[in-house]
Ligand binder design. Structure first.
Ligand code: DX5
Ligand code: ZN
Length: 223
């Protein structure tokens, strides 16, 4: 059974002087969830937002929040973002010494457990945690900044899709980084069903039309 196509804008390109309105506009444009790119300046060479900022937006929107934790202390920060209202919290394979435990802890706190792989990280690194995973995020850029050039990793996405299908687990497969109208179709055909789009979506003058276009391109590529 195919999992629904979802569009999850990264909030990085937003005008942070109007963050609340930007998020409300995205919800009104029909996006499915907000993708919060959390960076600590250590795991990645950039610093973004903490749980207080994410939490301040929670009551203004009804769509789910997902936290992409690009932080070295993933276990320490995961609970804070769950408390802030993120229903999915994603930790990097590369940041977790005890990934099986980290994912279980996220679930124990009532959130969906997500695992993130950098472009160089093999799919095999998550082979033994599929039972503990609700969401897999495949990076198609090296994390740290929005607006980077997409790195095609279609074989990796397909490999992960096959792993998930043969596991019988219900897991969303998301791609993140440089996703736009030119490449969303190939990622969907390879097996992704959730798509982070930051700079590409924010470039559309009409974000509702942009969201609809990205969604229809992904849906068309799967059928
Ligand atoms: C990069 C972030 C991505 C990125 C997406 O570290 O995880 O979510 O901001 O933005 P675009 O779509 O502009 O690559
Ligand atoms: Zn991200």
């Amino acid at each position: 059974m195919q999992r629904p196509i979802e569009i999850a804008p990264s909030i990085l390109p937003a005008d942070f002087s109007r963050l609340g309105q930007e998020c409300v506009d995205l919800e009104n444009a029909g996006v499915d969830r907000i993708h919060w790119d959390v960076m600590d300046g250590v795991f990645v060479p950039n610093i973004t937002m903490g749980p207080d900022i994410v939490g301040s937006l929670r009551s203004h929107l009804s769509i789910p929040f997902e936290a992409h934790l690009m932080v070295v202390n993933a276990d320490e920060f995961a609970p804070l973002f769950i408390e802030a209202g993120c229903s999915t919290v994603m930790v990097h394979v590369e940041a977790c010494t005890h990934l099986h435990r980290s994912l279980n802890n996220i679930r124990k706190q009532g959130a969906r457990a997500g695992v993130v792989l950098n472009p160089h990280t093999p799919a095999s690194t998550i082979a033994h945690v599929l039972e503990q995973t609700d969401h897999i995020l495949v990076m198609t850029v090296n994390p740290g900044y929005g607006g980077q050039t997409y790195i095609p990793l279609l074989d990796k996405i397909s490999e992960i899709k096959e792993m998930v299908d043969s596991s019988g687990c219900e897991i969303d497969i998301e791609v993140d980084g440089g996703i736009n109208a030119d490449n969303i179709g190939e990622c969907a055909a390879a097996g992704a069903n959730v798509f982070v789009s930051g700079s590409a979506l924010f470039k559309y003058a009409d974000r509702a039309a942009g969201t609809a276009e990205l969604r229809s391109l992904a849906e068309a590529a799967r059928n």
